[in-house]
Design a protein. Structure first.
Length: 413
């Protein structure tokens, strides 16, 4: 593993060990190697040699009353086994290989295959435990989601929160704040498009846009796709998130921070909203979950400030969390919105990074949002915007069609 170093006392960059670690349970095994440690050691070392791994040393032990253990020290790491002949010939294999100079995964897999055959195993269960660190995020009790990082690009504690940027195999570069997944290169559209475009389309001429949060820049990029936009104000309390986005999340924001229509304001949203009363056509609340610095934003008090910052005919939008696995939190967010706005319509989108269905709301005090939703597909076609990945003339209406279970979560009749 590369030594972990800190630049200017804050930034951490780590190159993780590249390798594989297999746990394999074998059942139905029989033969001398199940009770004789020396024979088991020979089976392991012969399999390692035949698969191209380097054997350095062998240790073995036979237990009184049955069962044995053997360990092979490899130039690539290690190979070990323990047997329980009295338990249906159960055997546990543990093989670890480092890929420092070459990829040894295929050799390890071949080694396991040879051992299975030599021990006459009738069935097996295996798990490959990669050396790369996993970032996990809980969902419902006993349920969660994880991503595996190939490299940590940034790990800092800002004034407000922990900010991490990691490179992953499947999701690309991913932003994590206080241990919660925020956005990834691979699927940002699944989150940003339903958050931004329904509200933007529901306003005939969305000239002045305010984005609260959204330090990754993705919401700015999507708002700027609408041809009527003249100004976008970004209000982000944590400058470190913006710095991280500028340096690492270019595929997400596509340099939208530098558009001349964009103003970046590193201020508290509570204070800022009081200064722009009645000035915004659309307000997009691209904020994190209701924990930490954003907990006070999912309140009726804050939503009332948002409502007062809108022009007549203006709309706002916000995410409502995960209504399937966190129904109570989603209902709390919805109730905060409903307490400040007369008209609220809910849509949904599955977000791969979160591995969950996510709820979104558009809201207004003088626009019938349910009626506005009916014409969004037509408006989308008329605006002749660049092709989007998730929102289309066909899908945008379907996003607002809620299943009965989701209506119950939000208390919608």
């Amino acid at each position: 593993m590369t030594e972990i170093t800190k630049d200017s006392g804050s930034q951490v960059k780590t190159d993780f060990v590249d390798g594989d670690h297999f746990h394999v349970w074998l059942a139905g095994c029989f033969g001398l190697a199940m009770t004789d440690g020396a024979e088991l050691g020979k089976v392991l070392s012969d399999a390692a040699n035949e698969s191209g791994l380097g054997v350095l040393d062998v240790s073995k032990h036979s237990f009184e009353g049955g069962g044995c253990s053997a360990t092979v020290l490899l130039s690539e790491s290690h190979l070990a086994a323990h047997t329980w002949p009295e338990r249906d010939g159960l055997t546990l294999l543990d093989i670890s290989t480092c890929n420092h100079s070459m990829d040894n995964k295929r050799k390890a897999e071949r080694c396991v295959s040879i051992i299975k055959k030599q021990l006459n195993a009738s069935r097996s269960i295996s798990d490959n435990m990669s050396y790369a660190p996993r970032f996990s995020e809980p969902r419902a009790p006993g349920q969660g989601v994880w991503i595996e990082a190939k490299e940590t690009l940034l790990d800092i504690d800002s004034k407000y929160q922990r900010v991490q940027v990691v490179r992953t195999e499947g999701m690309g570069i991913t932003l994590i704040i206080d241990g919660l997944f925020q956005v990834s290169e691979a699927d940002e559209e699944f989150y940003h498009e339903p958050l931004v475009h329904p509200a933007m389309l529901a306003v005939d001429t969305p000239k002045d846009v305010l984005i609260i949060g959204g330090g990754d820049g993705g919401a700015i990029k999507h708002a700027l796709r609408h041809p009527a936009v003249e100004s976008v104000d970004l209000v982000e309390i944590d400058e470190e998130v913006i710095k991280a986005a500028r340096q690492y999340l270019g595929k997400i924001h596509e340099n939208s921070f530098d558009d001349p229509r964009v103003r970046v304001n590193v201020v508290d949203a509570f204070e800022y909203l009081d200064s722009v009363a009645g000035q915004k056509d659309v307000i997009i609340l691209d904020i994190t979950d209701p924990v930490g610095p954003c907990e006070r934003l999912f309140t009726e008090e804050f939503m009332d400030k948002v409502a007062k910052a809108l022009k007549p005919g203006g709309l706002a939008s916000v995410h409502l969390g995960f209504p399937v696995c966190w129904p109570e939190a989603s209902r709390m967010s919805y109730d905060a919105v409903k307490g400040a706005f007369k008209n609220v319509s809910v849509c949904h989108s599955y977000v791969p990074l979160y591995a969950e269905l996510m709820g979104f709301a558009i809201m207004s005090n003088d626009v019938d949002t349910n009626e506005a939703v009916k014409g969004l597909g037509t408006k989308l076609a008329a605006r002749s915007m660049d092709e989007m990945e998730i929102v289309s003339e066909e899908t945008i209406g379907a996003m607002f069609a809620l299943a009965p279970k989701l209506k119950k979560v939000f208390g919608i009749k």
